[in-house]
Design a protein around this ligand. Structure first.
Ligand SMILES: Nc1nc2c(c(=O)[nH]1)N[C@H]1C(S)=C(S)[C@@H](COP(=O)(O)OP(=O)(O)OC[C@H]3O[C@@H](n4cnc5c(N)ncnc54)[C@H](O)[C@@H]3O)O[C@H]1N2
Ligand code: MOO
Length: 398
């Protein structure tokens, strides 16, 4: 058994610092994808009046035929009264049902002769048909949305339909992504034989943006302790969360833990019993900044970002579930006796519709090209031998 921190315990520690990033009020236009932080109740009964559901005529069920049409009840106009006798009013979908009418017949069932109206041969309306009754969806004051949910299209429609031009949502934290490493060069510039282009920041940016975290600053610091400290001091002053990549293992220039500690960032843990990503570092800054030191290898940085950083950020928004669900392994997969294994997979479905994961073992945790062929990874507990085909595992999507 490994005496390193387990993945479960490391995650508990991270979530223990998730807290909240506060709330803010935004215009409805800007609320899509945000996490609601208030209870929304029905402004009025819904629908607010007996609503005509078909273009046609409204009449009193049982009236003698033919009916005499006395005019038109349009949508957006106050309700009219249906005259006594064999009478009807032309009605439009969405109009108020005329007072005294109780049944609607669609226009395609009508035979008209001037203002006289009868039904097509053999047509028998049911009393009360095609009327959406006042309050049948909900009574005024009914709870329609509760806090802690993402605002998708239907939820935005509920907000709009109940008069919420502004809405209280979780504040999106400000996030600094900091790359470390003297070998790293920018995406747009020249690259020499001994250098590599920075890519981890973009894997992290993709994961963040696809979860709605759009307040991101990317920067790079050199493998030099004083320069790194100056840059990290500045970054700590600007952001709620720092996600560093690289510089957390045992190399002579892996200054990240030392620099953070000198800046008063308290280490919560360093190293977790997992592969990839064993050198993961997590701490909390003097102002409560959450600071992740992700191992620099691209597969490790990407995996740890999804496994630890994203759940913490989502929890801070009041959401408990990210892009995770159970899958069955489509092929056996090798376990690691002392470490939790994060195994990249593609996700598909079997003939019964169940989600299955096809393992894509990475040759090394540097192979980020290969990672782009996968949808995410499954989490396999430490163990001997092989996890057989059909094993149920938790999948985490990129
Ligand atoms: N003696 C030991 N050496 C290493 C250990 C160990 O336990 N003992 N752990 C290994 C593991 S596991 C990992 S993962 C790496 C993590 O190292 P660092 O976090 O210090 O990362 P670096 O050394 O700075 O970089 C590793 C690798 O990743 C590339 N990299 C870094 N940043 C980026 C970026 N932004 N975009 C793309 N690629 C990046 C970097 O060039 C290196 O190739 O340590 C092992 N060593
Ligand atoms: O995180 Mo390291 O190998 O486990 O790349």
């Amino acid at each position: 058994m490994s005496d390193l921190l387990s993945v479960t315990r490391a995650m508990e520690l991270v979530l223990g610092y998730a807290g909240t990033f506060g709330t803010e009020t935004v215009d409805l236009e800007m609320a899509a994808g945000r996490v609601l932080q208030q209870t929304i109740r029905a402004e009025r009964a819904q629908p607010p009046y007996d609503r005509v559901m078909m273009d046609g005529i409204a009449f009193r069920y049982g009236s003698d035929l033919p009916l005499l049409s006395h005019g038109t009840q349009r949508a957006g106009a106050p309700g009219q009264a249906l005259p006594e006798g064999a009478a009807c009013l032309d009605v439009m979908t969405g109009a108020v049902l005329p007072e005294g009418a109780d049944t609607v017949v669609p226009v395609e069932r009508l035979v008209r002769d001037g203002r006289m109206v009868r039904f097509e041969d053999g047509y028998e309306p049911r009393q009360g048909q095609f009327i959406h009754r006042r309050g049948s969806d909900c009574a005024a004051g009914t709870e329609l949305l509760s806090g802690g949910r993402r605002l998708d299209g239907p939820a935005l429609a509920v907000l709009a339909g109940n008069g919420h031009a502004q809405v209280s949502v979780s504040r999106i934290p400000s996030i600094g992504i900091v790359a470390t490493g003297d070998e790293l060069v920018d995406v747009g510039g020249p690259v020499r034989d001994w250098e590599i282009r920075r890519s981890n920041e973009y894997a992290l940016t993709g994961a963040l943006l696809s979860r709605g975290f759009n307040c991101i600053e990317r920067s790079v610091v050199p493998d030099d302790l004083p320069l790194m400290m100056a840059a990290l001091r500045e970054q700590l002053s600007r952001h709620d969360v720092l996600i560093l990549s690289g510089g957390v293992s045992m190399g002579a220039f892996d200054h990240v833990p030392r620099a953070l500690s000198k800046l008063g960032v308290e280490r919560v843990f360093h190293k977790v019993a997992q592969r990839p990503g064993k050198p993961l570092w997590f701490g909390v800054g003097p102002e409560g900044q959450r600071v992740f030191g992700l191992p620099g290898n691209p597969v490790s940085a990407t995996t740890c970002g999804v496994r630890y950083v994203m759940p913490m950020l989502l929890a801070g928004q009041g959401l408990c579930r990210g892009k995770t669900h159970a899958v069955r392994l489509k092929a056996e997969a090798e376990l690691i006796p002392t470490l939790t294994r994060f195994l990249p997979v593609r996700v598909g479905h079997d003939e019964t519709g169940q989600a299955v994961a096809i393992p894509y073992p990475m040759p090394t945790s540097g192979d980020f090209s290969f990672l782009a062929a996968t949808d995410g990874f499954v989490e396999l507990p430490r163990g001997e031998g092989m996890a057989p085909r059909g094993t149920v595992a938790l999948f985490h999507g990129w």
